[in-house]
Ligand binder design. Structure first.
Ligand SMILES: [Zn+2]
Length: 366
């Protein structure tokens, strides 16, 4: 619903106001009744951790309806489109699965030395991937970019290569006159949640990264705000090649967000809550890195649900021996990305990878 409504709202400020009004109209500030089911695969501190992760990941893969590998040829194309003093910009295109070509932008910082770490950049409900590279086509897109959404430019400025891909039903991949909400319902009807297709595209983006000799496929992050963050989270849950997930304004216990406040249909996974809550699913990322970015006034998620969820996920990471690999970074604002908060923390994670690599080198060197 929200996505379709957002389509007719002209500016981000108007959209934020509308979301706030919707929240009040829906009475979501009142406590929501508890869901009538309980997740059957919640994290149990007494259970075998590795077995729990394996079983829950397998169940999530089923719910996302991810096709089994090996996947077909990528048939990638790469064309240089632009160059600045700071970075090169290529248009890329690859096959995710039969009938699905994924367009994207690949940016490489000139100042960094290859092999380069790579940040996969995902927009949420927005006009498309060009927002990630800061190319506004209208004044309202320019406003949207001011909400920290030019994430691929931020990545290259911090020494990462950035692969910004177009998500299904957004931008270049939106079918004429078919809203994301409708595309999502079509997906549910045919047994393939659109989020599953979006996760598959991220996995195939990683396959593509692995074909590029100057990119470091052992240092991959995935980030996005809103639906971009949701897909980053689920992709990291199922694909261990993602070493860092930066999940902005999209992490919360389901009861305080998806079950309480209006969202587009595209993020609803059939039966997911009967299996696990979002913090349990986030536990599949352990012991890799999860960075949760949140706005305390985000109208789509109650901040207390974000904090509660992060604390629960940290307990799961503790079981994996890495409680410090879950970070919650919050700002006193709304539904947007907070670059000034996130990038120093992202840099610290990347440094820890370098230190670890250096440590293992020293250990194995004579
Ligand atoms: Zn949607």
């Amino acid at each position: 619903m929200l996505g379709s409504i957002m389509n007719v709202v002209k500016t981000p400020a108007a959209a934020a106001l509308l979301v706030a009004c919707l929240s009040l109209a829906c009475g979501v500030d009142a406590a929501s009744p508890p869901p009538p089911v309980q997740p059957t695969m919640r994290f149990d501190p007494a259970a075998d951790f590795a077995a729990w992760q394996e079983q829950l990941r397998a169940r999530l893969i089923e719910i996302l309806a991810l096709p089994p590998g090996p996947h077909g040829p990528l048939e990638a194309t790469i064309v240089r489109e632009d160059e600045t003093e700071q970075y090169t910009l290529d248009r890329v295109d690859f096959t995710s699965e039969p009938g699905e070509r994924v367009p994207g932008y690949l940016l490489r910082p000139k100042a960094a030395r290859p092999p380069l770490p790579v940040m996969i950049c995902l927009q949420g409900h927005s006009p498309g991937m060009h927002i990630s590279i800061g190319r506004a086509q209208t004044p309202s897109e320019q406003e949207s970019i001011k909400g920290g959404r030019d994430i691929a430019l931020q990545a290259v400025a911090h020494g990462w290569a950035a692969l910004a891909i177009e998500q299904r039903a957004f931008g270049l991949r939106a079918r004429p006159a078919v809203r994301c909400q409708d595309a999502s319902l079509h997906g549910l009807l045919i047994g393939r949640p659109i989020t599953g297709g979006r996760v598959l595209d991220v996995m195939r983006a990683i396959d593509f990264i692995a074909t590029q000799p100057d990119l470091d496929a052992t240092k991959i992050g995935c980030m996005g705000n809103s639906m971009g963050g949701t897909v980053s989270l689920y992709a990291a849950c199922v694909d261990p090649r993602i070493r860092l997930a930066v999940v902005s304004c999209s992490f919360c216990v389901f009861a305080d967000s998806w079950l309480a406040r209006p969202h587009c249909a595209c993020g609803y996974l059939p039966g997911i809550y009967a299996v696990a809550d979002m913090p349990d699913l986030a536990g599949l990322i352990a012991p890799r890195h999860l960075m949760i970015v949140a706005g305390r006034k985000d109208p789509l998620a109650a901040f207390e649900g974000v904090e509660k969820g992060a604390a629960w996920t940290r307990q799961i990471f503790a079981k994996a021996g890495a409680p410090e690999h879950v970070e919650l970074l919050a700002e006193d604002g709304g539904h947007r990305f907070y670059p000034e908060l996130a990038w120093p923390a992202i840099a610290a994670v990347a440094s820890s990878w370098d230190a670890k690599a250096e440590g293992s080198f020293q250990k194995t060197s004579p």
